[in-house]
Design a protein around this ligand. Structure first.
Ligand code: HEC
Length: 285
């Protein structure tokens, strides 16, 4: 019985110590960072409480913060306030989450991640392009000049990120085009191998496939009204035709040179019109 009690006390004490050390070191790191000491290379996530942000905004403005707090009030679909502790008289902090998709339960815990700013409608307009701040004038005045968070993540108690940007579904034409591009890549790799190996038969079949893919690509962009991409797809189809001719006549250096030019063209079009989403998939832009 005694041993059991001792063990329990020891366990609790150990846990308390660990938590204490963690809080201490992270606070020190925050202070050092906030005062510009040992500036880290990239953006660093700064964990803190709503009360710390409220009482020392100068340490955190412009930084990406992670604040765990309770939901005080839902102001509208994309703005709410959080409070450190509803039982104590701390001031609340405004959170603006442009991509918010759900509603938060009052007094529930949330972790809000985003840039800490001094709230001002002009600052919000310049940082969140395309976002309309629809707060009542008295609410704007209440939070003006106070620290606020422009949230990119709002994680509720169920660990769901309610502010995660959900990409719009692809149109049927985009789905078809994506299938084309997924085939372009291995076919082009095979074509380059065929030119390296002077394999006329393989060049013939691969160029036939690629011609069709780039004709489809051109039609896709033409329908969308994207002039530069329509032109590049046409150029790509021409380069494929050049490779076909060069292969058929045994001009392998010319075939390889055209393949290199085509490779550059892939990149040109991707830079202008391919977007990589957070989940690693690609979209037309
Ligand atoms: C005229 C513009 C254009 C050209 C030329 C072009 N692409 Fe693309 N490609 C796109 C766009 C836009 C996307 C994004 C759409 C998508 O993936 O759904 C894309 C996506 C891709 C993808 C990702 C597919 C996926 O969704 O996983 C690959 C791989 C790819 N292209 C390879 C190539 C290669 C290799 C070439 C050259 C031989 C090429 N592309 C030429 C416009 C182009």
């Amino acid at each position: 019985m005694q041993l059991h009690g001792w063990r329990r006390i020891s366990f609790c004490g150990g846990l308390g110590l660990t938590v204490g050390v963690f809080v201490f070191t992270s606070t020190m790191a925050l202070r050092a960072q906030g005062r510009g000491g040992g500036a880290p290379a990239g953006p660093v996530l700064v964990p803190l409480t709503a009360a710390s942000l409220e009482s020392h905004p100068d340490l955190y403005i412009g930084q990406t913060v992670a604040v765990t707090a309770t939901v005080e009030k839902n102001l509208n679909g994309t703005a709410f306030t959080v409070d450190q502790d509803k039982t104590k008289s701390t001031k609340d902090v405004l959170v603006i989450a442009p991509n918010m998709t759900g509603t938060l339960d009052l007094n529930s815990y949330v972790t809000v991640i985003g840039e800490a700013v001094m709230f001002d409608p002009a600052t919000v307009a310049s940082k969140l392009k395309g976002y309309t701040l629809s707060l009542a004038p008295d609410v704007v005045e209440k939070y003006r000049g106070k620290p606020a968070i422009l949230a990119t993540s709002v994680i509720n108690a169920a660990m769901t990120d309610l502010a995660k940007k959900v990409p719009p579904p692809m149109s049927p034409a985009e789905v078809e085009f994506s299938k084309v591009m997924k085939q372009v890549s291995p076919t082009f790799t095979a074509l380059r191998q065929a030119t390296e190996g002077s394999d006329a038969a393989a060049v013939k079949t691969k160029t036939a496939d690629l011609k069709k893919f780039f004709t489809d690509t051109q039609a896709f962009f033409k329908t969308r009204g994207t002039a530069d991409a329509t032109g590049w797809a046409g150029d790509a189809a021409k380069l494929v035709a050049d490779i076909e001719t060069a292969g058929a006549t045994g001009k392998w250096d010319a075939a390889k040179a055209s393949a290199t030019t085509l490779n550059t063209l892939c990149g040109t079009c991707h830079t202008a019109h391919r977007e990589r989403l957070d989940d690693g998939t690609f979209r037309v832009k």
